[in-house]
Write a protein that binds this ligand. Sequence first.
Ligand SMILES: *[C@@H]1O[C@H](CO)[C@@H](O)[C@H](O)[C@H]1NC(C)=O
Ligand SMILES: *[C@@H]1O[C@H](CO)[C@@H](O)[C@H](O)[C@H]1NC(C)=O
Ligand SMILES: *[C@@H]1O[C@H](CO)[C@@H](O)[C@H](O)[C@H]1NC(C)=O
Length: 644
Amino acid sequence: MKLLWKMAAVVVMLFVMIDFVMAQSQANLINQGCSQVNASFEFFSNLNTTLANLRRQLSVNKTHFATAELPRSSSPVYAIVQCRNYLSIVDCVSCFDIAAVDIRKYCRLVNGARVIYDGCFLRYETNRFYGTANALGNAGKCDNSTIRNGTASATSYNAVVDALLSDLVIATPKTKNLYAATVTEVAPGGNTSVYAMAQCAETVTEIECQNCMNVAYENIKSCPPRTGARAFDAGCFMRYTNTPFFASNQTINISRFLRSGGSSNKKAIIGGMVGGVGFLLLVLALLLRYRLSRKKKITTRGNVLGSTELQGPVTYNYKDLKSATKNFSQEYKLGEGGSGDVYKGIVKNGNMVAVKRLALSTSKAKADFESEVRLISNVHHRNLVRLLGCSRRGPDLLLVYEYMENGSLDSYLYGGKRGTLNWQQRFDIIFGTARGLAYLHEQFHVRIIHRDIKPGNILLDDELQPKIADFGLVRLLPEDQTHLNTKFAGTLGYTAPEYALQGQLSEKVDTYSFGVLLLEIVSGRRCSDTNIESDTDFLLEYAWKLHENDMHLKLVDETLDSDEYKPEEVKKVIEIALMCTQSPASLRPTMSEVVVLLISDRSLVVSLSRPTFVYSEDRIRDGSDNPPASMSNATATLSEFIGR
Ligand SMILES: *[C@@H]1O[C@H](CO)[C@@H](O)[C@H](O)[C@H]1NC(C)=O
Ligand SMILES: *[C@@H]1O[C@H](CO)[C@@H](O)[C@H](O)[C@H]1NC(C)=O
Ligand SMILES: *[C@@H]1O[C@H](CO)[C@@H](O)[C@H](O)[C@H]1NC(C)=O
């Protein structure tokens, strides 16, 4: 009898543990966001009522979706919770409970917040947001691991994932609950399957859901052969992976939703039209659609998901920031730059921020500060570091930025974290940086030229996505710091020659720096390092020589595994880098052209025009190298300029 009890206890424990593990993985946080505006006591009292109402609906009505609101209060609250329909009600409620604690923890004191998990999402705002499915800030996240040959070939995995996701895009909006989940074996009898699900908030229309699915698909369609991926948006969620995350009896038969206009039909039509002009036109149309959708994605992706974060800059109290940074202690210092030192700060709501203490106090700077801050705080892009607020009342002018967990790119290229970035991560950093610059140059209503693009100004978030720091401050700097003058040691580094030598400023100055940055990312070397073989060529010059001898791949960082990149792709990236560093500046592409070049599949067939290489006098005197005539000319120009 005793034994039986023990066995029963073990069985119960096992079930509890399985349930616990399930609940834990379902509470894996995908995304969060907080408003910047503090709310009143009344708001939080209303929020508590609203959250309790949501919980009651889930547990008593046994639903997976609920809304609750207190609209007629002077501090109105609107809230939504949604669980993935494959969860049991018990798991759904426990996901909600975790969300309700987290949302208060992550976003204390503010009037809008969201948390998105694998298993559920919870969001509240002070205005009615229920109908919005697509919002700026939508994104996809690919898993880090890649499907290994042996379980299934990457090619067939890619094909199955793509077919499954395309089917979900079509089927999900047509289902009753705007929810679908499916499993497909990659190869019959093999042991690899793809598990995929998609869901829209039940308050959005079928058309809204359809739009949201299209965007979600765009955001993760290039993830395979990564083992899995998730896409999230204000009103929908999509996920695939090769490991089960729902029970096998939770799948939905979606084939009936695909019959009219489904993807299998489309394929049949394509098959029937092979040959002839029709096929050609179709390919062209698809290509155009692809381009347009890529373009759309590039221009519309911001940092916000709906109204949550669309708020102005916050004015911080100097004393608060002083204590948040432990009195600007050395221990909290993150870095130093031309415009001032940066400190880590822990502000009152528990959030981490980065505080920049501007190294200027001229009356002109103080006068410009306010308008500059207002301008910068309106810059919202996923690849630009967000300015949260400022303090101008204390002894120093302070700027408060979002905090980037992983610090700056330089430590990954040649600092302590050297060799940890794989090729895909490097490419993502290159691509994101190009998009951030394109936004500053062409899409923001005021053209902002950064002027100081270098690895130290590229910060990485917790997914190693790049965010450009330190833009828009130039007008606050004293005149003599706005462009370099005589301070270069043998190389101009990241600075375009026409800017360093003649002070000619255009957005192509950033294009040039971007090109140099790109070479550093590919090679893992500083632009000011000379190469090992000849010990005379700086990185850029070395890259040009390799290019002229068609030996691009010699430039690639030796810490990169040659299995993980395609030689053609790396070569193309190097050619884009060289294109960006051409002189005169008019030959360089704009940053939006760079973005298109990076994502297009075509290889570049262009003849490139070498830039002006610049030497310091020391290098010429030591005679270790015989620069070609064109370079000697450049040297002469420089020497005249410096006036040595
Ligand atoms: C709301 O609930 C939280 C957690 O239960 C509690 O800490 C907080 O004091 C409550 N706020 C109000 C205004 O009732
Ligand atoms: C399943 O996949 C593994 C690789 O992870 C492989 O070693 C194994 O042989 C496969 N099993 C079957 C039954 O195909
Ligand atoms: C699915 O299977 C689980 C056991 O694996 C069972 O507890 C549950 O009731 C099933 N659900 C449905 C809808 O059949």
